[in-house]
Design a protein around this ligand. Structure first.
Ligand SMILES: N[C@@H](CCC(=O)N[C@@H](CS)C(=O)NCC(=O)O)C(=O)O
Length: 206
């Protein structure tokens, strides 16, 4: 059975759990990280030398890096579903997965840490406000992409929707000012109708 190491409130764990939910895969999730601890043991280091979550164990296969785990599960269990069989569609899915990590994540992290993990009196509002402003332009790029397709890589949900979908929930839950982005909102509404998204992603921020 698949084993996922990581607390359910981690956005990176949520990507993996959403993929598992969409694919209806038998699994066990073990709470480690933050309030649960467990990352500093020698056993965990042997699985993931970064001491971060998530980590996936699938028999002898051990993987870390959330987007890589989503790709692995999609390729192994979701050919033609989460894993697009068409090379061009797969390229587009991959592109937006990398975009989440490299382009979207830095400002999202600034706002999330600033408003959720930092005590009110210690918040750097100039930095948070600048990130909120910058996110309007960044998210508008995905909005533009979604103007001609229902999902990131075409007409159905693929792995390409997962990292940005998790971030989109977080973006809304943070309650910050957002630009009016109609295509993004329509796509986000579609995601919210999916059981696996509601169960694994739409949980209170902490
Ligand atoms: N690039 C890594 C980042 C992993 C990461 O930073 N995970 C965070 C949680 S989102 C973590 O391990 N935090 C330490 C903790 O939860 O104790 C990935 O995508 O998996």
């Amino acid at each position: 059975m698949l084993k996922v190491w990581g607390r359910s409130t981690s956005s990176n764990v949520q990507k993996v759990m959403w993929a598992i939910g969409e694919l209806r895969l038998p699994h066990e999730r073990i709470d480690v990280g933050r309030e649960y601890g467990g990352l500093s043991t020698a056993e965990y280091f042997a699985l993931n030398p970064n001491r971060r979550i998530p980590t996936l164990q699938d028999g002898d296969v051990v993987l870390w890096e959330s987007n890589v785990i989503v790709r692995y599960l999609s390729a192994k269990f979701g050919g033609g579903q989460l894993w697009p069989l068409d090379h061009a569609a797969r390229g587009v899915a991959d592109q937006w997965m990398d975009w989440q990590q490299t382009t979207l994540l830095p400002d999202m992290t600034t706002v999330f840490w600033g408003l959720v993990r930092t005590p009110v009196e210690e918040r750097d509002h100039r930095k948070i406000d600048a990130a909120v402003e910058s996110l309007k332009a960044t998210w508008s790029r995905l909005d533009g992409h979604l103007s001609s397709r229902r999902f990131v890589a075409g007409d159905s949900l693929t792995m390409g929707d997962i990292p940005v979908g998790v971030m989109c929930y977080r973006y809304h839950a943070l309650g910050v000012e957002r630009a009016a982005l109609g295509n993004l909102e329509a796509w986000y509404e579609t995601l919210q109708s999916r059981d696996a998204f509601r169960k694994h992603v739409m949980i209170p921020l902490s």
